[in-house]
Design a protein around this ligand. Structure first.
Ligand code: B12
Length: 466
C-alpha cells in the first residue's frame, strides 16, 4: 500500500508591520515530526520563507537581514480590509509570492492526500484565508484542515471564513484518530501525540534553510495573567527531557547555526529543570552559541547564580516582563514583578556582564483602566534602571480574563472581527487613552532606547523595535 502523503503549510501574514523576530511555525514542525514517526510522508511549504524571491519581482518590497538571524520578510502592499480603513498606515501581505507558492505545490513529488495549515495570531486571518484560497486553486480536491492558535481562539470565525474543509480546535492528542479515519492508515506512534513531554524534536529538515532555530523546553505557565491566553492554549505544565533539547542544539550547531530563541511562556519556572542542565552541559562542551528570549523572562525567577549560568551559557538577548510600575495594576494583572525586584534584577544583569543594549523590558500599554501617564512613568523607571523599555500594546485576546472588560470598553466589535485584536490597531482606545497616546508612547519609548544605547556607547539601537 502507498504511504499517505501530508502537506504542511505555514500561511502568509497580513499586517501593518511584521518582523521575523525568530518567528517559525514550531507547532507545524512538531506535527511534521510526529507524522514522520507515524510512517507518513511529509512535505512543508513555508509561505514566510525569507529571501526566496531571488529575482526582483515587480511590486515586492524585499526583506532585509538583521542581527542574529532576525530580519524583514519580503512584502507587497495590499488593500486594507474595511475595519482598518481609518488607520493611516499601509497594509501588507508578507512572504513569498503566489506564483512561488504555486510553483512549490507543482514541484511536490506527488499530489498530497491531506493538507494541514497552521495559524498563529488571530488578526492574521486574512493571510490564512488567502493561503487557503491559493492552495485550493491548485489542489481543489485535496482535503485541507486548519489548526493552530487562531483556529483555537476564534474557532467559529475560522469555520465561517477561512475556506478550510475542517477546522480543528482540539489539542493534537486527538489528531491521530482523525488522521486514521481520513487516511485509512494506522498511526503507529499514537502515544507520542498525547503529551508534550513525549513529542519528538521538531522536523527542521522540512524547512527551507533558516539561520536560527527556535526551542521550546516547556509549555504552560504558573501565572494567571488576565490579558494572556497561554493557560487557555496550554492548561498543563509539561517539559521535555533536556537531552532532547541538547541534541536539537547540537544538531543545529553542526549545521552552522549559532542563534537559538526560546518560545517558552515560563522558561525560568516550568522550563528551568531543562534549562539548568542544558546550560551546564553546553558550558562543559565549550560550544559558543547565542540564546535569545523574545518572549520575556520572569524577573522574580532571576538570582545571582541563575544569571551567572545564563550568561556563561550564552544567553544574549534578554527581555523581561515588567508590564507596569503601578502597584495596583501589578497586583490585578498577574503579580509577576514588583518594582524593587526589577531594580534588583536590573543591577544584577548589568553586573553579571550584559550591556544595556541586550536587555529590554516589556511594558503593557493601553490596558483597560490604565492611563498614559502610568506608561510614561513605567518607561522612565525602566530607563532609570539602565534597561531598554519596549511597549507591548494591549491587544484583547478571546477567552482571557480581561476579555469581557475589553469588549465593554472597546468601540469596536472585537467579538465578531479578529482584525481588531491587532496590537497595532489598539481596539481599546478611549477618551482618556487615545490611539494618538499609544503612538506617542511608542515613539517616546523608542527615543528613550536610542538615548540609552547611545549613552552606553553601544553600536546598534533599534534592532528589535517593531
Ligand atoms: C512564541 C510566541 C511569539 C513569538 C513569535 C511566534 C511566531 N511563530 O511568530 C514572538 C515573541 C515574536 C511573539 C510576538 C507577539 N505575540 Co506572541 N506568542 C508566542 C507564544 C508564547 C508561543 C507560540 C508558539 O509557537 N507555541 C508553540 C507551538 C508548538 O504551539 P502552537 O503553534 O499553538 O501549535 C500547537 C497547536 O496549536 C497545534 N497546531 C498548530 N498548527 C496546527 C495545524 C493543524 C492543522 C492542527 C490540527 C493543529 C495545529 O499543534 C501544536 C502542538 O500542540 C504564544 C503563547 C502560547 N503559549 O501559545 C504567544 C501568542 C501567540 N502571542 C500573542 C501576542 C499578543 C503577541 C504580540 C502581539 C505581543 C505584543 N503586544 O507585542 C506580538 C506580536 C508579534 C507580531 N505582530 O509579529 C498572543 C496571541 C494574540 C492573538 N490575538 O492571536 C499569544 C497567544 C500570547 C498571549 N498574550 O496570550 N509571540
Amino acid at each position: 500500500m502507498k504511504r499517505p502523503f501530508v502537506l504542511l503549510v505555514n500561511p502568509w501574514i497580513t499586517d501593518f508591520a511584521a518582523f521575523d523576530l525568530w518567528s517559525k511555525p514550531l507547532g507545524l514542525l512538531y506535527i511534521g515530526a510526529l507524522l514522520k514517526g507515524a510512517g507518513i510522508d511529509v512535505a512543508l511549504i513555508d509561505c514566510l520563507e525569507r529571501n526566496s524571491n531571488s529575482e526582483k519581482t515587480k511590486g515586492i518590497i524585499p526583506g532585509k537581514e538583521k542581527q542574529f538571524g532576525t530580519g524583514k520578510f519580503d512584502k507587497r502592499p495590499i488593500e486594507k480590509p474595511e475595519p482598518y480603513k481609518s488607520i493611516p498606515r499601509r497594509y501588507f501581505i508578507y512572504g513569498i509570492t503566489e506564483e512561488a507558492l504555486i510553483e512549490k505545490i507543482s514541484n511536490l513529488w506527488r499530489k498530497p492526500d491531506l493538507i494541514l495549515v497552521t495559524s498563529i495570531m488571530t488578526y492574521w486571518h486574512p493571510g490564512v484565508r488567502e493561503t487557503i484560497r491559493a492552495i485550493k486553486k491548485r489542489l481543489p480536491s485535496v482535503p485541507l484542515w486548519l489548526g493552530g492558535i487562531y483556529a483555537r481562539l476564534c474557532y467559529e470565525h475560522a469555520v465561517r471564513t477561512s475556506g478550510a474543509d475542517f477546522v480543528i480546535k482540539r489539542p493534537i492528542s486527538h489528531l491521530p484518530e482523525l488522521l486514521e479515519k481520513k487516511l485509512g492508515t494506522e498511526i503507529q506512534n499514537k502515544r507520542e501525540w498525547t503529551n508534550f513531554t513525549l513529542f519528538p524534536s521538531p522536523a527542521w529538515e522540512l524547512m527551507p534553510k533558516v539561520k536560527y532555530r527556535v526551542l521550546l523546553t516547556s509549555v504552560g505557565c504558573p501565572f494567571k495573567c488576565s490579558y494572556c491566553a497561554s493557560r487557555i492554549l496550554q492548561p498543563n505544565q509539561e517539559y521535555r527531557p533536556f537531552t532532547l533539547l541538547l541534541s536539537e542544539i547540537l544538531e543545529g550547531y553542526q549545521s552552522g547555526i549559532r542563534d537559538f530563541a526560546f518560545y517558552d511562556d515560563a522558561l525560568l519556572f516550568t522550563g528551568w529543570q531543562v534549562v539548568k542542565p542544558l546550560l551546564e552541559e553546553i558550558r562543559k562542551l565549550g560550544i559558543s552559541v547565542r540564546f535569545h528570549t523574545p518572549n520575556a523572562l520572569h524577573v522574580r525567577a532571576l538570582n545571582e547564580k541563575r544569571c551567572e549560568l545564563l550568561f556563561s551559557g550564552g544567553f544574549k538577548t534578554i527581555r523581561l516582563g515588567l508590564e507596569t510600575t503601578s502597584k495596583e495594576h501589578q497586583k490585578k494583572w498577574g503579580q509577576k514583578a514588583e518594582n524593587k525586584e526589577f531594580t534588583r534584577v536590573a543591577k544584577l544583569l548589568l553586573k553579571t556582564g550584559w550591556e544595556t543594549k541586550d536587555i529590554g523590558a516589556y511594558l503593557l500599554c493601553g490596558v483597560p483602566g490604565q492611563k498614559p501617564s502610568e506608561v510614561k512613568d513605567s518607561i522612565d523607571f525602566v530607563a532609570d534602571n539602565g534597561i531598554l523599555p519596549f511597549i507591548a500594546e494591549f491587544s484583547p485576546i478571546p477567552k482571557t480574563k480581561i476579555w469581557n472588560e475589553a469588549k465593554r470598553i472597546s468601540p469596536f466589535d472585537i467579538e465578531k472581527e479578529p482584525l481588531y485584536h491587532n496590537n497595532s490597531f489598539f481596539a481599546c482606545r478611549r477618551s482618556d487613552f487615545t490611539y494618538e497616546d499609544m503612538v506617542s508612547l511608542k515613539n517616546y519609548a523608542r527615543r528613550v532606547r536610542g538615548l540609552l544605547v547611545t549613552s552606553s556607547k553601544a553600536s546598534s539601537t533599534d534592532t528589535f523595535s517593531s
